[in-house]
Each structure stands twice: as C-alpha cells, then as structure tokens.
Write a protein of this length. Structure first.
Length: 256
C-alpha cells in the first residue's frame, strides 16, 4: 500500500513508524489515566519506565528474530542485521511477555503489587493495537494468504512475496482488537466486582488478545517458523489464551 509516507533526500519516513508512535502515545495516555484513577505510584513508573521500555524492545525484537531465524543466519551481513531494529521486525507478544517478566522482577524488588501493575499495563495496550494494525496494513507487514474474496488486497511492496490478492489480515486484526476493547469495557461495567480483583483484568485482556492473534494467524501468508506445517504463532496464541483463561477462572472461583 503506502509503506513510505515521504522521502526527503536521504531521509525516509515509514508509515508504520508513524502509526507505532501514535499507538505509543495512545498507550501512554491511557496508562497514565489508569494510574491516576487507581492512585498508583508514579514514582515507580518514573524510575522503572526506561527498564520496562528496553525490555519490551528487546523481547519484541528477539522473538521476531527467532521466528524468522533463517533470514539472519545466511552470512555475516545478515547476522549483523539482527541489530537493525529499523527493519520493523518486532513481535508484540514477545515484547509483552518479556515486559511482564521484567515487571515481575521489578515489583518484587521494590515490593509493589505485581498483579495490580499488570492491570495498569495490559488494558492500555489494547487501545494501541488497532492503530498499529492499520499501520501494518499500509506497510504490508504481516500480510495475509491468497484469497479470491472480493475484499482481497494486492500490495505493491518488495517485502510482500505474494503478488495476487491476499486477506487484509491487518484490518482483521484492527477489527478484532476493537471487539476485544468493547468486550473488556462491557465486562468492567457488568462484572465490576470481578474486575476489581488484582490480575483479573490483565488475564481477560491477555486471553482475548491471544484469541484475536490466533484468528489473525489463521489467515496470515507471510513467512513464519512452523511446527508440523502449522505457524508457531498459532501454538503460542492458543497456549497463552488457555493459560490466562484458566488463571482468570481460578482467580474468580477463589474469590467467590
């Protein structure tokens, strides 16, 4: 579609990066709003924000590299490309998992409630995801498999290996995450007593987001690490969804 917003001399501005910046702004806005609403400790955010941001970037990049390891082990030049983070090779879930592990480490270190901070962190991510998904659509990143459906799209992009119409999976993802946002907001209102349990909201967000990513992966056509011919993203998404659903069930059942 439009992977490059504009080019000025040696400077090239990627459309995807603009949407990532916009998504980051939206995330931070809702994250701060969450902390203010629940009277969280801003000192903890100020002191640990850099560490958590680096954790997300490293986790997102490392997971993407592992998932596409064949592209990085061909020769020395391709191996060094691992550090070229501007190539837009990032995995949301890799970043999220490493960030949560880093958050667990830091909250334990300063004796802050980990589950509560999970709640502060996870829901704002939802509001950023549809924005980033639209950016991926314009960029052609994470493109879909071939389709004969009338709403299939064709990407004129050297990074997209399929020239025939493909599923607009990035738009599927944006719509799915909008649906997840709607469900979470309704759940917060209708089941307010459960939403107040520390970790419950984060578990619901992670479970539904995993299901959204699972559905998206069913229609993906870009290269991916596979196990028995099945995209590894499907295994990861289903495992995370099941684990978070079970944790949410146990949390509610224990508190009932």
């Amino acid at each position: 579609m439009y992977p490059t917003l504009f080019t000025f001399g040696p400077l090239t501005l990627s459309t995807l990066w603009i949407f990532i910046i916009l998504g980051t702004y939206v995330f931070l806005k809702f994250f701060i709003k969450n902390i203010q609403k629940h009277r969280g400790d801003f000192k903890f955010v100020y002191e640990e924000s850099t560490f958590l941001l680096i954790s997300f970037i490293v986790g997102a990049r490392l997971t993407s590299v592992i998932g596409n390891i064949g592209d990085y082990i061909q020769d020395l030049g391709s191996s060094l490309h691992i550090f070229a983070i501007w190539d837009k090779g990032f995995s949301f879930w890799g970043g999220m998992i490493v960030t949560l592990l880093a958050l667990r480490y830091k909250t334990k270190q300063v004796k802050e409630p980990f589950k509560k901070w999970m709640d502060y962190l996870c829901e704002p991510f939802l509001y950023a995801m549809p924005i980033v998904a639209i950016g991926r659509f314009f960029d052609g990143a994470g493109y879909g498999s071939k389709t004969d459906l009338p709403f299939g799209v064709s990407f004129i992009n050297m990074d997209v290996a399929i020239v025939t119409p493909v599923h607009p999976v990035q738009l599927y993802s944006a719509l799915l995450f909008c649906l997840v946002i709607f469900i979470v907001r309704r759940w917060n209102i209708r089941y307010k007593e459960y939403a107040e349990y520390d970790g419950a909201k984060a578990s619901l967000v992670i479970c539904l987001s995993s299901l959204a990513i699972f559905i998206e992966n069913l229609f993906r056509g870009d290269p991916s690490l596979e196990i028995f011919g099945i995209r590894i993203g499907l295994f990861i998404a289903s495992a995370v969804a099941a684990a978070s659903a079970y944790y949410l069930y146990k949390l509610i059942h224990k508190s009932a």
